[in-house]
Design a protein around this ligand. Structure first.
Ligand SMILES: [Zn+2]
Ligand SMILES: [Zn+2]
Length: 288
C-alpha cells in the first residue's frame, strides 16, 4: 500500500476558487495521477484557514484574507462526490487548542493533518508576515519552530504531523543553523512520543528551494526511535504532483527500516505494509 493523504485540490492562490476546484472531474485527475504511480489510498486535506468557520479559532490577517469558503460544503463534496478520504490541514495555534478541537469535532474527518506554519503571528514559509524579517538568528527561529512543533504533536489535536522540518523550506535563502541539527529536533520528540502522532514523510520539500524531503533523515530516525509511525504524502496542490518524488521517499524509508504506513478511517489508524499497488488495484483497469 502507498498513500497520499496530504493533497490540496487547488493552489494556495486566493483566486483558486472552491467552485472551480472542488469538482468530481478535478478529484478524478488526482485519482488518475495516483493510479499511474501505484498509490491506492488518497485523501484531501485543504487548509483550514480557507474556510470561514476557522475564524472562530484565530483571526490572523492572513486567515481573514483567506477565509472565503464553507467547511460543511467541502466535507459534503468530498464525502458525497469523490472516493477520496476526508482530511483537513489544520494549523496549531497555541492558546486556541480548545477552539480548534471544537471546530474539528464538528465534522467527520478521516484524519487531521497538523501543521506549524506560524510562530505566534509570524509565518515560517511565506514571504508575507515572515518570521525571517525581524532580524532574529536562524538559531532562535529554529528553536521556536521545533518547540512549537513539539507542542503541536503533544496537543492531541492531530493524527499526522505535517512536513516536520518545514523551517528549512528556504534552503540557502535563509541559512540553517550551524552544526548538528539534532539539538533542535530533540525539542519536538517528547510531544511526538507522548501522543504517538504519525509523522509525515513529505516529498513537498523536493519542490521547494531546499530541495529535500521533509523531514531530514536524522529527524525521522529520532521519531522512529521514539516509536512513531509514518504517514506518506506529497502535499500536491495539482494533479501532476501527486506522489511526486516518492522514489526518494521510499528509498529513505527502506533505508531506515520502515516497512509499514499509516492508513486512516474516521480518525482511527491502522498500519499496512508499504509498497506500490498493481495498477488494477488502484482504479478502473485501463484495458479490458
Ligand atoms: Zn502545510
Ligand atoms: Zn499542505
Amino acid at each position: 500500500m502507498l498513500t497520499d493523504y496530504h493533497l490540496h485540490l487547488r493552489s494556495d492562490d486566493l483566486d483558486a476558487s472552491a467552485a472551480e476546484h472542488f469538482t468530481e472531474a478535478n478529484a478524478e485527475r488526482y485519482r488518475a495521477a495516483a493510479s499511474e504511480r501505484g498509490i491506492a489510498e488518497l485523501g484531501v486535506s485543504e487548509h483550514v484557514y480557507r474556510f470561514a468557520q476557522a475564524l472562530t479559532v484565530w483571526r490572523h490577517p492572513f486567515w481573514i484574507e483567506n477565509a472565503s469558503d464553507d467547511l460543511a460544503e467541502y466535507c459534503a463534496f468530498v464525502r458525497g462526490r469523490t472516493d477520496l478520504r476526508l482530511g483537513i490541514e489544520a494549523d496549531f495555534v497555541p492558546g486556541r487548542e480548545g477552539q480548534m478541537a471544537e471546530l474539528l469535532g464538528e465534522y467527520d474527518f478521516d484524519y487531521v493533518v497538523g501543521a506549524v506554519h506560524f510562530l505566534r503571528e509570524e509565518a515560517v514559509d511565506m514571504n508575507t508576515y515572515s518570521v525571517w524579517d525581524a532580524g532574529r538568528s536562524p538559531e532562535e527561529i529554529w528553536r521556536g519552530y521545533f518547540q512549537t512543533l513539539g507542542e503541536a504533536a503533544g496537543s492531541g489535536l492531530f493524527d499526522v504531523l505535517a512536513h516536520p522540518d518545514l523551517v528549512k523550506v528556504w534552503g540557502r535563502g535563509r541559512p540553517r543553523p550551524e552544526g548538528d541539527l539534532r539539538r533542535f529536533y530533540e525539542l519536538a520528540m517528547d510531544g511526538i512520543a507522548q501522543t504517538g502522532i504519525a509523522v509525515e514523510v513529505s516529498s513537498a520539500g523536493l519542490r521547494k528551494p531546499v530541495g529535500e524531503l521533509y523531514p531530514a533523515p536524522e529527524f525521522l530516525q529520532m521519531c522512529l526511535q521514539a516509536g512513531a509511525k509514518v504517514a506518506l504524502s506529497s502535499d500536491a496542490h495539482r494533479p501532476e504532483d501527486v506522489g511526486a518524488g516518492y522514489a526518494l521517499a521510499l528509498e529513505l524509508l527502506e533505508r531506515l527500516g520502515v516497512a509499514e504506513l499509516c492508513v486512516f478511517d474516521q480518525r482511527r489508524r491502522r498500519v499496512e505494509p508499504m509498497g506500490p499497488a498493481a495498477a488494477s488495484e488502484t482504479g478502473p483497469a485501463s484495458a479490458s
